[in-house]
Ligand binder design. Structure first.
Ligand code: GDL
Length: 430
């Protein structure tokens, strides 16, 4: 079966603690409510049975939960893709391993799943001695087992995630990448093919880069979009819109699945704006989509005192990797200016800074009192850290303005210490 229709939705494919059952059910409600979304893919890296212990069948209690998820999706007319990641240690040529793989997929098929994915991301790029005798290359081993799966389950859709899944991993030479070229010719063209863009986390994905890839893999890819993922940096969180992809890009691909923040409640804007992008036909304004989505997000704070403007401020501070929203940029500009200019030139930037400090503190206070504790805990650490940093800068500015004595801010930033900071200090200052 081909990878049609266009797949669009959320992919739980990050490292760390998987989302909870009730969170997933909330997600399905969103996906059902939002036009343009039709799929959820189950791929939590740290579900033991998905990756590390892929050979083992799910115990009854986990299977029951998976069944509930599948049924809930189907009731809402959403696709549910179950994915398995055997690549860490599978022997591709072993019949015993093949049988275990089939048994596992049958277990999930028996609880109603009709779509599957086999993932080979983040694994060592080499074959075992036994496999070296059976296959001429890594690509051949993967194509072989994936094609076999496709044939074995003729009524199911199948997607595949390669080991080289972005331009960066092909040393930015996709056209010359042997592994991808071989997959292009050997992998059954009806099997979906994941791609994350030029990078693992791609700020921009150009139409040209995908056209180039299509020539190599001989099909349209499905984006595994890590734009809002934050599992690689626990101090980050992203509330910004779906950006860096033009509407034309949609003509070049077979779908987009967003692999967003580990913190479930952080994902309203990322996923909602993806749905807006999906339905946009001729015009796409991510900033407007962000504002509209932020206004909707408020209802989940369960706190009538929080204003639109405060939610946007929150989003602007934690936007997308490497980019802040308007208010985030303003505050950085002001701090930068104040730090580098004499106090008498800083009046307007001081106003910006003070107003930001006030609004941030007010937002934190309101958030601490919100009754949606689950959401509050999800946003807690990055927000508190930002508030502490601002408090520190504020003290520094006061001192600079006073023009006297030595700067003293006991117990603020220096409190952040430990092995990570020591290593970073050594590495980045050497
Ligand atoms: C990855 C992993 C993904 C992870 C993401 C962000 C793919 C195909 N795999 O490389 O599980 O969440 O980076 O850290 O993207």
């Amino acid at each position: 079966m081909a990878a049609h229709p266009f797949i669009s939705g959320a992919l739980e494919g990050f490292y760390g603690r998987p989302w909870r059952q009730d969170q997933r059910l909330q997600l399905f409600q969103w996906l059902e409510d939002w036009e343009g979304m039709n799929t959820y893919m189950y791929a939590p890296k740290d579900d033991l049975y998905h990756r590390s212990n892929w050979r083992e069948l799910y115990p009854d209690n986990s299977l029951k939960e998976l069944k509930e998820l599948i049924q809930s999706c189907h009731k809402k007319e959403l696709g549910f893709i179950y994915s398995i990641a055997p690549g860490l240690d599978i022997t591709y040529s072993s019949e015993d391993e093949w049988n275990l793989l089939i048994e596992k997929i049958e277990q999930i098929q028996n609880i109603g799943c009709k779509q599957f994915a086999i993932l080979f991301d983040d694994i060592p790029l080499k074959l075992s001695e036994k496999d070296k005798k059976a296959y001429s290359s890594f690509a051949e081993a993967q194509a072989n087992i994936t094609n076999r799966l496709f044939d074995h389950f003729p009524n199911s859709k199948l997607l595949f995630c390669p080991t080289v899944y972005c331009g960066e991993m092909a040393n930015y030479n996709v056209l010359g990448n042997e592994y991808l070229l071989e997959l292009g010719t050997k992998l059954n063209p009806n099997i979906g093919f994941f791609w994350t863009g030029p990078e693992v986390v791609s700020n921009d994905i150009s139409v040209e880069s995908i056209q180039e890839l299509r020539n190599v893999i001989k099909r349209k890819p499905i984006l595994w979009d890590n734009l809002h993922a934050n599992d690689y940096d626990i101090r980050q969180i992203y509330f910004g819109p779906y950006v860096g992809r033009t509407l034309e890009l949609k003509n070049e691909i077979d779908g987009i699945l967003s692999n967003p923040n580990c913190q479930f409640w952080a994902n309203y804007n990322p996923l909602r704006t993806l749905s807006q992008y999906q339905v946009a036909k001729t015009e796409w304004d991510p900033r407007q989509a962000f504002k509209d989505s932020s206004n909707e997000w408020i209802q989940y704070f369960w706190n009538a005192d929080i204003y639109n403007e405060e939610i946007q401020l929150l989003g602007d501070c934690f936007y997308v990797p490497g980019t802040m929203g308007e208010m985030g940029n303003q505050i950085i500009e002001s701090i930068n200016f104040i730090l580098n200019h004499p106090p008498e030139e800083c009046a307007s930037h001081l106003v910006t800074f003070k107003s930001f400090e006030y609004r941030l503190n007010s937002l934190c206070t309101k958030l601490m009192a919100t009754t949606n504790r689950d959401l509050m805990y999800d946003l807690y650490f990055p927000l508190i850290e930002l508030r502490e940093e601002i408090e520190y800068v504020s003290k520094w500015i006061e001192w600079k303005q006073s023009g006297t004595g030595e700067f003293q801010a006991p117990g603020l930033v220096p409190r952040r210490q430990g092995i990570l900071y020591d290593i970073q200090n050594i590495v980045h200052n050497s």
